[in-house]
Design a protein around this ligand. Structure first.
Ligand SMILES: *Cc1c(COP(=O)(O)O)cnc(C)c1O
Length: 369
């Protein structure tokens, strides 16, 4: 039985013929940008997340960058001011800080793969302005503790929610906890478009308006430019696709949790590695199922021989990347480095069957290092 890491075609098929119909309707409407599909999606996504505003943009990196740049301008931060970012995440999180003219300050992760809250306060200086929690793999960072730290020190929180669409912390959606949150709708995400897309959610009207202006060439009114902006927008076709897929997001996430529950219940070969978190799988929306294996390379090729495709998220922590190594390479983040060495992403998706997941657990349980 061949099991792909993620069968995006099958996911798309699940929404047919509705996607094709919506795309054709958009084609025939003759209106492709800044139209009613985008408005409609922004409204339903804001309502789903539980914020007053959703500003759609071109991709997740833009969402992060525009939110940070808007905060910087509204709060009069200086160039080079500091933003705390986990050392283990997709590079976009840190890249957005640099693109905004700010300085990333890396922090280790903990057992949950989210930033180590016990180490946070000691990194705060007179130049610290914000913290970016990444809800990595779909597991929320403890926003209660983080918010207390941010309040105590007067820092902003920008959530990187690019892997956590629909996740909740204490019954409140991720994306509604921080001062703002950035989402990506890259096709492989829990809520994915058929191309690029992104959004910022926030309850702050001023911030929402400023992000909108920056994303539209810095223009408050058409052809009158107040700020140095950029062009970043979601198009009408992607917005229509996302509105359709949003209606099934909770159901899709529940399927991911059921697959994760099968892994957590049935994998019992500690020589192969360890399941993540506790056995309670309701705490994450499992964008990724991070199996931790001390013999990762062997396990990965063993699974490949059994036609089971796995990936590694991510093979190198940020402070060790060539682009950051010169400034940060001397630092040591044991959990980040261990995750880079041991993490193996098992197949997980809303279109996987229980039988496929059970088959994978059987094969893993027979692994001899
Ligand atoms: C996917 C992702 C992004 C960036 O999203 P793009 O749409 O690809 O720009 C940012 N942060 C994290 C954690 C991501 O996984």
């Amino acid at each position: 039985m061949h099991i792909p890491f993620l069968d995006i075609e099958k996911i798309t098929q699940k929404y047919q013929p509705h996607l094709s119909e919506a795309i054709v309707a958009t084609i025939n409407s003759g209106w492709y940008l800044n139209g009613k599909n985008v408005k409609e999606f922004e409204n339903s996504f804001a309502q789903y997340i539980g914020t007053s505003y959703c500003i759609s943009v071109g991709n997740g990196l833009d969402a992060l960058t525009l939110a940070l740049t808007a905060m910087k301008q509204l709060e009069n931060w200086n160039d080079g001011d500091e933003v705390i970012v986990p050392a283990f995440t997709f590079i976009a999180t840190a890249e957005a800080v640099n693109r905004s003219g700010l300085t990333p300050i890396f922090i280790d992760i903990d057992n949950n793969f989210t930033l180590d809250l016990r180490n946070c306060e000691q990194l705060i200086t007179s130049k610290t302005r914000a913290i970016i929690p990444v809800h990595l793999y779909g597991k929320p960072c403890n926003m209660r503790i983080l918010k207390k730290i941010a309040n105590d020190y007067g820092l902003k929180i920008l959530e990187d929610a690019a892997q956590a669409h629909g996740a909740q912390f204490e019954n409140k959606r991720i994306g509604s906890w921080g001062d703002a949150a950035a989402f990506s709708f890259y096709p492989g995400k829990n809520l994915g478009a058929l191309g690029d897309g992104g959004a910022v959610t926030t309850n702050n009207e001023k911030l929402a308006k400023h992000i909108q202006i920056l994303a539209n060439y810095g223009a408050e009114n058409k052809y009158y430019h107040t700020y140095q902006g950029c062009n970043s927008r979601l198009d009408e076709i992607q917005a229509a696709v996302l509105s359709i897929k949003l209606t099934q997001l909770d159901y899709d996430n529940k399927r991911r949790q059921e697959i994760a529950q099968i892994y957590a219940t049935h994998i019992n070969n500690t020589a192969a590695g360890n399941i993540p978190y506790t056995r309670d799988t309701t705490q994450s929306v499992f964008h990724i199922y991070p199996f931790m294996s001390p013999t990762r390379e062997k396990l990965q090729s063993y699974l490949a021989r059994h036609d089971i495709e796995t990936l590694i998220h991510y093979p190198l922590a940020l402070h060790k990347q060539i682009v950051y190594n010169k400034s940060y390479g001397y630092l040591s983040f044991p959990y980040a480095e261990r995750a880079a060495k041991e993490e193996l992403s098992l197949p997980i998706s809303p279109v996987m069957t229980n039988d496929e997941a059970l088959y994978i657990t059987e094969i893993i349980n027979k692994f001899i290092p």
